[in-house]
Design a protein around this ligand. Structure first.
Ligand SMILES: [Fe+2]
Length: 355
């Protein structure tokens, strides 16, 4: 089974994540944590350590882990890789001899794949109970730590919000010819197309992409240049993740762009991509690993995701950043595992000449 999973994962095209577009170095959060130090003896405490495989960027994760180390006395060593997929492959192939205690994944689809193949262990109820059911594995093998929403970024100077399409399908209207940007080589774009394949089926997705191609979108390498291009007047609409606008605006308040979510909350355009955490099946430092999982769903870490990097918290009652519109349950109903099916998506994009 391990071999099959490894082969499957290896087959997938590199899911690069968006770490090339990391946030500004975040400030250390000041809110109090609700994580307690794990019960350890003195001997254990001095030796306490933890190995984390992180598909989330160092810039984003390091301030959080420093805080965790300071609170618990647990020394953390991290293997970063901008590809969550590479780390998932490593956990699957290393098995028992692997050193990863914790997997912190940019894309929860890979957590699902590892859980299914028996490479993860159940998290304590206290960790799982922090988030609603839709933000955790049904068998308790992983928990979502934050979410990134797919949105349109647009120019409020050149486009009236009421003229924006009510759903993603209508983005292919000829009236937008030459006015749209997108990033077909970017992992978030590909995750979204994978989501469309799951929600709409292959045929409808293919037809929509072909119609989109006909409106001649300008191709960008990733999300942030689209936000800048909207501001500079190069394009009127970009297809991006929500937080780039907020991060770029924090650095440049005069940026002329706004985010738009489709009016129908359950539209396939309103996709939420989850990041999450799990303890590996062969973790050598289980207690510390669980303490980290608990920390990542603590009020303190959740406020960090929301306030410092503008993501959607997964714990109920944690407020989103004041500039990020709160979402009350309205997302496209897609299985997170579908988002990591990159192979078929890249194949489709190639058929259409978009890759
Ligand atoms: Fe990103």
């Amino acid at each position: 089974m391990t071999r099959i999973l490894t082969a499957l994962l290896l087959l997938l095209a590199a899911l690069s994540g968006c770490q090339g577009e990391s946030p500004q170095t975040p400030a250390t959060p000041s809110v109090k944590t609700d994580v307690q130090k794990p019960q350890t003896t003195t001997t254990e405490k001095t030796k306490a350590k933890l190995v984390v495989y992180s598909g989330r960027s160092a810039k984003l994760v390091e301030p959080l882990l420093s805080l965790f180390e300071a609170k618990t006395g647990i020394k953390v060593r991290v293997r970063f890789d901008k590809s969550t997929q590479t780390l998932a492959n490593r956990i699957a192939s290393e098995g028992q001899v692997g050193e990863a205690d914790v997997f912190f994944a940019q894309d929860s689809g890979y957590l699902g794949a590892l859980a299914k193949a028996g490479h993860l262990q159940a998290l304590p109820k206290a960790v799982l109970d922090r988030v609603p059911e839709n933000y955790r594995d049904k068998d308790g093998k992983w928990v979502a730590t934050s979410g990134r929403a797919r949105v349109l970024v647009y120019s409020p100077e050149r486009v009236k919000v009421e003229d924006l399409p009510s759903g993603l399908e209508a983005l292919a209207d000829p009236k937008w010819t030459g006015r749209i940007g997108w990033a077909p080589s970017n992992s978030s774009y590909q995750a979204h197309v994978s989501g469309l394949r799951a929600l709409w089926g292959e045929e409808k997705t293919k037809n929509w992409l072909a119609k989109m191609r006909a409106v001649e979108p300008k191709v960008y390498p990733k999300n942030s240049p689209q936000v800048k291009a909207v501001s500079s007047g190069e394009i009127d609409i970009g297809w991006v993740n929500h937080y780039y606008l907020h991060r770029l605006k924090a650095a440049n308040p005069s940026l002329k762009a706004a985010n738009y979510s489709f009016r129908d909350q359950s539209d396939a355009g309103n996709l939420l991509m989850l990041s999450g955490v799990a303890v590996t099946a062969h973790a050598k430092n289980v207690r510390s690993a669980r303490a980290l999982a608990q920390f990542l769903v603590s009020d303190e870490a959740q406020n960090y995701f929301a306030q410092t990097v503008y993501e959607y918290p997964t714990v109920s009652g944690i407020k989103t950043h004041k500039n990020v519109p709160p979402k009350s349950g309205g997302w496209a109903a897609v299985e997170q595992s579908a988002l990591s099916d990159v192979v078929g998506t890249v194949k489709l994009l190639r058929q259409l000449g978009l890759q």
